[in-house]
Design a protein around this ligand. Structure first.
Ligand SMILES: Cc1cc2nc3c(=O)[nH]c(=O)nc-3n(C[C@H](O)[C@H](O)[C@H](O)COP(=O)(O)OP(=O)(O)OC[C@H]3O[C@@H](n4cnc5c(N)ncnc54)[C@H](O)[C@@H]3O)c2cc1C
Length: 440
């Protein structure tokens, strides 16, 4: 698999790769010809870039979105479709405790806006992006994890968030898992088909007048009197503003200052064959809910509308190993450990991976990198809902509009120290996480 830390170019004509890619979806027309100039050039045609395009058009700006591959080829077509009210790896309690109550409430409000934006996108989709509204449940994976999860519940209740506590018996009444010692249910979160969501946003961007161009990798850029000259696979374009929405797929070469502010991390998913009636009864799994556990190295799962079980977690460290069946087998072993009743499932129908963008301090930024150069990334694997708002905020920043006074918008992502050794740090973290999850 393409590895942003090792490969200088994105793959040539790689198709979208995931279970979702098999669903019939209507994409808007992509132009064959790159315009010579544009007000704003958005690099990256996933959720962030497409949402940025919609907002730029709303501000009356001429906008061109380019993607090296098909639209939404990156994480936006590979994710699990959990629409959560958060981003990064830090909870609302962190923002309350570190920045005070006002900032905490304002962050909660920002996450709410992101969720509402997805709901609006879902409404634009004829089949509502296969919306499943039961909620998102965080499961305490062992006894030791219950206390911290309960403290999180108490805090969220105290700030009037719609959450429900499930004790061990209540979890057992819902699903039969070995890792369900308690559950924190986020009642207003939901799950969708990510490719249908991406196509819905792409159609809206197209209808708003954005020019969408696929198979058009940006390969180099430099400043000139007319603006930023960007070389692409389809020729040169001059843009007043350049907006990076390249997520963890950012190559090291195009804008090196950006690339070293992000650690691309593989997340992998398997999808099983459809569960039998007996397997559904034995596990209690229903397609309304989406689950994640509290491990340092988390696993997440949901029953899909066609009765298959999607099960995901960390993948390989390097892209070269990401497609090895070893990582699918590891996910299958974790699935069996969670659901012994599914031990008869010995193969998977789909297995894929994608790169999530991890930031040094665990939260994303919408930032300015240079004159007229802006970027949004660092969602740390929780970007389906936030990228919708982040794209809008990115466009607002490029248009010189004020953003809410929140940590996400007030500083730039920090560069990784010793950036060349990011993989070594990641390897050490995985070992620590494995031990914590085994003994913690
Ligand atoms: C397996 C997996 C499961 C996930 N599950 C969830 C989940 O359930 N819930 C959740 O909240 N988050 C999840 N995420 C994360 C979420 O999908 C992402 O945070 C979100 O999709 C990011 O969207 P984006 O538009 O910023 O980036 P992407 O969708 O990754 O888009 C970036 C695009 O930039 C393009 N690009 C890169 N470089 C160039 C260039 N030089 N020129 C032109 N184009 C370029 C790429 O081709 C790519 O299409 C998951 C991620 C993975 C990998």
């Amino acid at each position: 698999m393409y590895d942003p830390l090792n490969d200088n170019e994105l793959p040539k004509a790689a198709p979208r790769a995931s279970y979702w890619a098999g669903h019939p979806v209507k994409w808007p027309a992509s132009l064959n010809q790159l315009p010579k100039t544009t007000d704003a050039l958005v690099i990256g045609g996933g959720y962030t870039g497409l949402n940025a395009a919609i907002e730029l058009r709303a501000q009356g700006r001429e906008v061109t979105v380019i993607d090296a591959e098909q639209l939404a080829w990156g994480c936006s077509s590979r994710n699990a479709g959990f629409v959560m009210k958060s981003t990064g790896r830090l909870g609302l309690k962190h923002w309350h405790d570190s920045f005070g109550e006002d900032v905490g409430y304002a962050m909660a409000n920002e996450h709410q806006l992101a969720l509402e934006r997805i709901r609006a996108h879902v409404k634009h989709c004829p089949d509502q992006c296969d919306l499943r509204e039961g909620g998102y449940v965080k499961l305490a994976h062992n006894k030791g994890a219950v206390k911290a999860l309960s403290a999180q519940y108490q805090f969220l209740r105290s700030i009037q968030q719609p959450v429900t506590w499930l004790d061990k018996q209540q979890v057992a009444d819902t699903i039969k898992t070995q890792h369900g010692f308690a559950g924190l249910k986020f009642d207003d979160c939901f799950a969708i088909n990510p490719v249908k969501l991406a196509a819905s946003v792409a159609r809206q961007a197209h209808q708003a007048g954005a020019q969408l161009i696929e198979h058009c990798a940006a390969t180099a850029m430099h400043r000139s009197d007319e603006g930023w000259r960007v070389n692409t696979a389809r020729g040169e374009i001059v843009a007043r503003d350049v907006l990076f929405a390249t997520n963890a797929y950012t190559t090291q070469k195009l804008f090196p200052d950006l690339a070293q502010r992000n650690l691309p991390v593989v997340s992998s998913v398997i999808v099983t064959p459809p569960l039998s009636r007996a397997q559904l009864d034995a596990t209690g799994l229903k397609d309304d809910y989406a689950y994640m556990d509290t491990r340092v190295l988390k696993y997440y799962f949901r029953l899909l509308p066609d009765g298959r079980l999607l099960f995901g977690g960390r993948g390989a460290i390097r892209g070269a190993h990401a497609e090895s069946p070893r990582y699918a087998k590891r996910l299958l072993a974790a699935l069996h450990a969670s659901f012994p009743a599914l031990k008869d499932i010995t193969h998977w129908d789909d297995f894929w991976s994608g790169w999530v963008s991890v930031s040094l301090d665990d939260y994303p930024r919408i930032m300015q990198l240079d004159n007229n150069v802006f970027a949004s990334m660092g969602y740390c694997g929780a970007g389906v809902s936030f990228s919708a708002l982040a794209g809008k905020r990115l466009a607002e920043k490029a248009c010189g509009l004020p953003l809410p006074a929140l940590p996400y918008y007030q500083s730039n992502l920090k560069p990784f120290p010793f950036a060349g050794f990011r993989r070594v740090g990641q390897w050490a973290f995985y070992h620590y996480g494995r031990l914590r999850d085994m003994w913690g």
